[in-house]
Design a protein. Structure first.
Length: 46
């Protein structure tokens, strides 16, 4: 509705060995986790 509101936020971080895991794949993983947290019904579809 065009209003600025205060919302709870959760920060996600990921540690990984760059020699083994590519950065873009790690980001895709975090995006996937974020989507699952935002819409838990997606977990049933995967």
């Amino acid at each position: 509705n065009g209003q600025v509101v205060i919302r709870k936020m959760m920060y996600l971080a990921l540690s990984y060995d760059h020699r083994i895991v590519d950065g873009s794949e790690a980001v895709q993983f975090l995006v996937h986790i974020k989507q699952m947290i935002e819409d838990p019904a997606l977990m049933l579809l995967d």
